[in-house]
Design a protein around this ligand. Structure first.
Ligand code: PLP
Length: 227
């Protein structure tokens, strides 16, 4: 695993430099779903600090077992409203807000614990039935609606594009997310920041970096295949 981490970091650096970006602009999120607390500790020992989880119960158990300071946890799975109260306790950034109802619940739960919760708006760029996320055409309105929620801070956008085995086929979806991010940013909505783009996984993170990703979510290339 240590070698795989070095390899991923090297690939990030190369992709960034090749398009004139600084590697420091890109945060590597190690996606640790289904992986054991010991694996996460090893990854942390090898210098990784940001971890992504998809399931609330699994994350609660894992974070408690690991009990290491200095790690940051991001939620990247589909979030049910009845789990919002756990999500605000556990995660520094929630990538998957796609409705005003969910945002309002997160706002309420964050207020209860005296936190301002950082979130991203998840956009379904491929308009796939099977995927969560708000339609591109509705994202601006959702951002406006979330603007008044004082215990939530919108930081940018996230997408999971349709699956292709050729990374270049994913590029149009990454571009669409970046353009949408720029449009919302230009609208200057109060309390809405639009600096972050969460896109790119094991198969396509280099392409995502070229299209402006600031967070890449990488599981398999770090931890190996999931069973
Ligand atoms: C599992 C998962 C990833 C990581 O996928 P890999 O292909 O293993 O890198 C990234 N993003 C989301 C939303 C995921 O669910």
């Amino acid at each position: 695993m240590e070698n795989r981490i070095l390899d991923v970091k090297e690939r990030i650096k190369k992709a960034a430099v090749s398009c004139g970006r600084s590697p420091d602009e890109i945060t590597l999120i190690a996606v640790s779903k289904t992986k054991s607390p010991d694996m996460v500790k090893r990854a942390a020992g090898a210098g990784l600090t940001v971890f992504g989880e998809n399931y609330i119960q699994e994350a609660r158990d894992k974070i408690e077992t690991i009990a290491l300071n200095g790690l940051s946890w991001h939620f990247i799975g589909h979030l049910q409203r009845n789990k919002a109260k756990y999500a605000v306790k556990l995660f520094d950034l929630i990538h998957t807000v796609d409705s005003l109802k969910l945002a309002t619940e997160l706002d309420k739960q964050a207020e209860k614990i005296g936190k301002v919760q950082d979130v991203l708006i998840q956009v379904n760029t491929g308009m796939e039935e099977s995927k969560s996320g708000i339609a591109e055409k509705d994202a601006m309105d959702l951002a406006r609606d979330m603007s008044g929620l004082t215990h939530i801070k919108v930081k940018g956008l996230m997408t999971i594009p349709p699956f292709f085995d050729a990374p270049e086929k994913v590029t149009p979806f990454f571009r669409a997310l970046r353009r949408l991010r720029n449009r919302i940013r230009e609208a200057n909505i109060p309390n809405i920041q639009m600096d972050e783009l969460s896109m790119g996984m094991t198969g396509d993170f280099e392409a995502a970096i070229k299209d402006g990703a600031t967070f890449i979510r990488v599981g398999t290339a770090i931890f190996g295949r999931r069973d």
